[in-house]
Design a protein around this ligand. Structure first.
Ligand SMILES: [Fe+2]
Ligand SMILES: [Fe+2]
Length: 344
């Protein structure tokens, strides 16, 4: 009786995961055909349409990406900043809620897979294995919302500066640059996976809800909003670390032999010989670790008076300080006293 029930529930789970994937209805672009045998895409033009501008040779990115070394990217660690107060706990709870929703939408069940894998590895792989396509769905969805908070925070600080007729102390550009960087992640993944109508509707709904939630939250408590993004970025680092580990473990054979798309090579100025999909995931993970550092740090600061530590020049250059790159990446963010100094 139990065995029958277990088999039935396994089949139901597999069927519902297949239904979700079918409903998401994405296609793998022609340039990444090695990934899948799904239908030929005829929508590439829609995603990357060239502007009709005969006088323009090329259009450079507004923000050039900072240089990361291979060592710096390999040194990125999964980490978690412990909660210290009610605002932190609320931010963490919201992230967990969002993560559960995303796990459900993308069929991602890492913890269950690990638990079952310890007892029956073959069954765990059959039941929960993440494929390249499942990861791409997850990444596209994740990146389509990840670009929202920086834009909302930058916009609100911009409006605040004008409304109150006082300077912003350098926060706005970093926040907008973060959202630009997240949108670049999305464009990179869209070169590998083109969402169908169902996913587009999901993204539309998610953006509508998330933009307004961030807007209201940032007006009420910008510190909590930055902490929330810090925790969200912890999850992003974790996800990309697992994707890299799955390539290394031979679980993603197509990605193991895939080259990074041209848009990524140009954006990151990826060195020759280091342009594989794995290399690309190292760059993206490092970006997420940077966002984690930036937002946990901003969440520690006086929102109204403190200058942005990531674009400031320091009186003592012999000490490591925050900057644009990841040379002195602080996993859990910088404490206020480390970057602003002790209050007089
Ligand atoms: Fe991202
Ligand atoms: Fe991020």
């Amino acid at each position: 009786m139990y065995a029958t029930r277990a088999t039935t529930s396994t089949l139901t789970a597999q069927r519902s995961a297949a239904q979700v994937l079918k409903a998401l209805n994405g296609t793998i672009p022609q340039s990444c055909r090695s990934l899948s045998t799904s239908q030929t895409s005829n929508s590439t033009k829609h995603f990357f349409e060239h502007a009709n501008a005969p006088a323009i040779r090329n259009t450079e990115a507004a923000w050039s990406h900072p240089v990361y070394t291979a060592k710096q990217m390999n040194d990125v660690q999964v980490a978690h900043r412990e909660t210290r107060n009610f605002s932190d706990r609320f931010a963490l709870l919201m992230v967990k809620l969002l993560r559960t929703t995303l796990d459900l939408a993308s069929g991602y069940k890492h913890d269950k897979a690990v638990a079952l894998g310890q007892k029956d590895p073959a069954k765990a792989t059959q039941k929960y294995a993440m494929t390249e396509k499942k990861y791409l769905i997850r990444n596209v969805f994740l990146e389509s919302v990840a670009g929202v908070p920086g834009m909302v925070a930058g916009m609100l600080r911009h409006l605040h500066s004008m409304r109150r007729m006082r300077r912003d102390n350098g926060w706005i550009e970093t926040l907008l640059e973060e959202s630009y960087n997240e949108r670049m992640h999305l464009l990179i993944f869209l070169k590998m996976y083109e969402p169908g109508w169902f996913m587009k509707i999901l993204v539309l709904g998610a953006q509508g809800v998330f933009f307004n939630a961030m807007f209201v939250s940032y007006l009420i408590s910008p510190r909590t909003a930055h902490r929330f993004v810090g925790y969200l970025e912890e999850e992003a680092v974790l996800t990309y670390t697992r994707e890299i580990a799955d390539i290394d473990a031979g679980k993603l054979p197509e990605w193991a032999k895939m080259e990074a798309p041209e848009i990524a090579v140009d954006y990151y100025k990826m060195p020759e010989g280091q342009r594989t999909m794995r290399d690309l995931l190292l760059w993206i993970r490092a970006d997420e670790a940077k966002h984690r550092e930036v937002n946990h740090t901003l969440g520690n600061l006086d929102q109204k008076n403190d200058p942005n530590p990531f674009v400031s020049a320091y009186k003592d250059p012999s000490e490591p300080h925050p900057g644009k790159g990841i040379a002195h990446l602080k996993t859990l963010g910088w404490e206020r006293e480390e970057v602003i100094g002790k209050r007089a």
